[in-house]
Design a binder for this molecule. Structure first.
Ligand code: SAM
Length: 429
């Protein structure tokens, strides 16, 4: 029988060595080990996310017991120490002797006696000695960065953009467990009907705080295996994402373009808001992702979506036609969704932001040309970085005097427990 700690260690090693996305690696492992019971699946998930989320704080506690520091250790040893320290400090329901024994067993499988001794010694010291105090860190940015486990440059960036207090709130919210939300498909049923159905199946469901069609599901295990999901009564989507398509106000019969559409969460929402009447072009540069959009549309009973695979920065209007509404849900750093993808904070670099902001501006510029006069466009990202959000809009408007900016909304991950998101509405004269 697969052991959740051993599997968690495999995932952590892969995420660090290959800079892989934690949610993708974890899902692969969960799919491969279908025989794991629900408790072990929860534990595995908790161990992976928790260890990555609190990595820097765990290192801060571990460092004093390592003569050569964490940086010198092999990746697997480092990750095993973090995984064990996470359990000792954050999962106190697991007895500490069990944590140490399991760690030593895993070390035995992977390494020689010396490493076993090191793991055993460090963890026992960690239990015996008083916890290292955070009060030794004088710089306020550094203190938030260590306490909430974020890179210092990122906290400094948010503190500069929004102030220290907001930066701290963002960091704390990033370590919270996200609640799963679903968007009800009005083509199939009302929100009340879906809520009643889900409750009858034993799910704890309530309405979302802000999004009209949204429901929160507190115990979502096996939700995607339910007949309700398979028959297209809802789509799994974060509450913040559910606010984007309504901002574009698509109407039945319109010609709408979703320039960066895959996997189609917002395309299908647009089609639902149009009552499945009109025409939606769902474009994405990655052709292999288009099948996800087609599959979602089919499940939801949507028939007005056509897919195309062009680079949105170069696509010509002849290829796509002219549109009354365009959504540019741009690729971004993803700093608004760190709750779901904690590895992002360790893998992204400041230069990535510069690079992606250029791409975003190019996509927006191209979209502007595909819009008919009097048409409307929404630019959105799942990030909270000003360089990818307000700055892109400002730069765009400097070159496009025929555009006017309407509603702009920056959502933070602490606002209503969902993701950080940015959306701006632009109208063409
Ligand atoms: C934020 S995701 C879109 C999410 C989608 N709107 C949804 O709600 O499900 C950004 C998408 O942009 C696509 N993309 C990246 N560069 C692109 C480009 N140059 N042209 C078109 N699409 C691009 C990516 O493949 C990715 O699927």
């Amino acid at each position: 029988m697969a052991n959740p700690r051993a599997l968690a260690l495999d995932v952590l090693i892969k995420v660090e060595e290959q800079k892989a996305y934690s949610h993708l690696v974890l899902n692969q492992v969960l799919n491969k080990h279908r025989q794991l019971d629900l408790r072990d699946r929860h534990l595995l998930t908790e161990l992976v996310y928790g260890t990555i989320q609190h990595q820097r704080l765990l290192d801060f506690y571990l460092e004093p017991f390592l003569k050569q520091g964490m940086a010198k250790l092999d990746v697997w040893v480092k990750q095993l120490l973090r995984l064990s320290a996470y359990q000792l400090f954050f999962l106190t329901r697991i007895p500490s002797y069990a944590v140490v024994n399991e760690a030593v067993k895993l070390a035995k499988k992977r390494g020689h006696r010396g490493i076993q001794g090191l793991i055993n010694g460090v963890l026992r010291n960690l239990l015996r000695e008083p916890k290292r105090s955070l009060d030794t860190i004088c710089d306020p940015v550094e203190r938030i960065a260590v306490e909430t486990s974020h890179p210092t440059w990122l906290v400094a960036r948010w503190a500069e953009q929004y102030g220290l207090k907001t930066a701290q709130e963002i960091c704390r919210a990033n370590n919270e467990r996200p609640v799963l939300t679903v968007r009800v498909n009005p083509l199939k049923a009302s929100k009340q009907e879906v809520m009643d159905h889900l409750r009858a199946l034993g799910y704890h469901v309530s309405e979302t705080a802000v999004a009209q069609q949204g429901l929160r599901v507190e115990n979502p295990a096996k939700l995607m295996e339910s007949s309700l999901f398979k028959q297209g009564y809802f789509t799994i989507q974060s509450e913040s994402s559910m606010l984007v398509a309504p901002l574009l106000r698509p109407e039945p019969g319109m010609k709408v373009l979703d320039l960066c559409a895959a996997p189609g969460g917002k395309t299908t929402h647009l089609a639902e808001l149009m009552d499945n009447r009109g025409h939606v072009v769902a474009n994405d540069v990655h052709a292999h992702k288009l099948k996800l959009i087609k599959k979602a549309a089919k499940r939801l009973g949507i028939t007005i979506i056509n897919v195309t695979a062009y680079d949105g920065t170069t696509v010509s209007s002849g290829q796509l036609g002219h549109f009354e509404r365009i959504l540019v849900d741009a690729p971004c750093s993803g700093f608004g969704v760190i709750k779901h993808k904690p590895d992002l904070k360790w893998h992204k670099r400041p230069e990535d932001i510069k690079h992606i902001a250029e791409l975003q501006l190019q996509l927006l510029t191209r979209a502007a040309q595909l819009l008919i006069p009097g048409g409307q466009l929404v630019y959105s990202t799942c990030t909270i970085d000003r360089e990818e959000n307000e700055s892109v809009i400002t730069r765009f408007l400097e070159d496009h005097p025929d555009f006017e900016v309407g509603e702009i909304r920056q959502i933070f991950p602490q606002d209503f427990g969902s993701d950080g998101f940015f959306m701006a509405k632009l109208s063409k004269a």
